[in-house]
Design a protein around this ligand. Structure first.
Ligand SMILES: Cc1cc2nc3c(=O)[nH]c(=O)nc-3n(C[C@H](O)[C@H](O)[C@H](O)COP(=O)(O)O)c2cc1C
Length: 305
């Protein structure tokens, strides 16, 4: 079963994806955090993230988020200009700042706009699209009319996270709704949500044998070797995982040191690498890293892992 690395704004930037791919692997596709419009253009941070020269050799699919046809066409044009032929459309983001403006999961209820985007997708035969979505924003049935539209649209795949937007990333997964979508979806379907172990991957694989893949976000941030451990069928020891984490961290440090302006910025950026790793590191070492206060104490805490 192919494993996809979910987009995680603030975590899986170009450096993280490239270093993960070169050092660890096991991932079929890395999705970029969404590229969005701001003040009539694309944020420079988003532009940097999709620069082909920084994604060379990495199987990357840029993701866009749009509330209107105008934004959609503009962003597709930008991504295409960078030389990509695959684009993922975000219909799942639950951040109120986006959803309340009709982007991400907030677009699911606007089937007229989704239908226009679908028509445009169908007309762009030189590009390949996929969709990442939730069940809805407020209501777990919003996906149904959207899927009716998407089923008639040429797509590479649909990824479904079986929650509604107002749940954010917590609360029960609605596996009954996932099952209904699994039955109704005419495209390759990818499961996404709360996968944290190889056993979880096997459980989903067995429950939904027709699935096209599994997308993992926080579980991979927490244990970057998860996908390769699944693919190789071999669990890594803590010593092996520790060595890889330290190497990954040192490569991230080497990447960010020359481009960030201060020690405080470097400290803040590097800290995010461990944020989801409380279980992996153990409570005490985790706390020591997260509460280190400055770069010097932080690097000392990392060395002591
Ligand atoms: C901090 C954070 C940032 C995220 N950014 C994005 C994003 O840019 N695009 C997107 O489609 N999903 C985004 N997501 C959602 C994840 O891709 C994924 O769907 C979600 O975390 C559930 O999968 P998981 O349980 O495997 O983490 C984000 C989630 C988190 C926690």
């Amino acid at each position: 079963m192919p494993i996809h690395f979910a987009p995680l704004q603030g975590y899986t930037d170009d450096a993280y994806r490239r270093i993960h791919h070169q050092l660890i692997g096991g991932i079929c596709t890395y999705y970029t955090p969404f590229v969005r419009m701001e003040a009539g253009g694309v944020r420079s941070k988003d532009m940097r993230d999709i620069r082909p020269e920084f994604n060379e050799g990495v199987p990357v699919v840029p993701q866009i988020i749009a509330k209107s046809m105008k934004e959609f066409e503009y962003l597709v044009g930008i991504v295409e200009e960078k030389g990509y032929i695959r684009i993922d459309l975000n219909l799942g983001c639950p951040f109120p700042m986006q959803a309340k403006h009709g982007r991400g999961s907030g677009l699911l209820a606007h089937t007229d706009i989704v239908a226009d985007m679908a028509q445009s997708i169908a007309s762009k035969k030189h590009l390949q699209f996929s969709v990442k979505m939730r069940l809805g924003w407020e209501d777990a049935d919003e996906w149904r009319p959207v899927l009716d539209i998407l089923n008639e649209t040429p797509l590479q795949q649909i990824t479904l996270h079986p929650r509604i937007g107002t749940q954010q990333y917590k609360g029960a997964l609605d596996m009954q709704a996932f099952e209904a979508c699994y039955q109704a979806c005419k495209h390759p379907l990818v499961y996404n949500g709360d996968i944290t172990s190889v056993a979880d991957i096997h459980r989903i694989e067995q429950a939904y044998p027709q699935l096209a893949g599994i997308m993992i976000g926080r579980g991979l941030l927490a244990r970057p070797s998860l996908a390769i451990e699944y693919a190789s069928g071999k669990e890594q020891t803590w010593e092996e995982r520790r060595a890889t984490l330290l190497e990954m961290h040192s490569q991230l440090q080497a990447h960010y040191e020359p481009i960030l302006n201060s020690e405080a910025q470097l400290h803040n950026k590097l800290r995010t690498f461990w944020e989801y790793m409380e279980n992996e590191l153990g409570r005490k070492p985790y706390k020591k890293i997260m509460k280190s206060g400055n770069l010097r104490n932080y690097l000392k805490a990392v060395r002591e892992l």
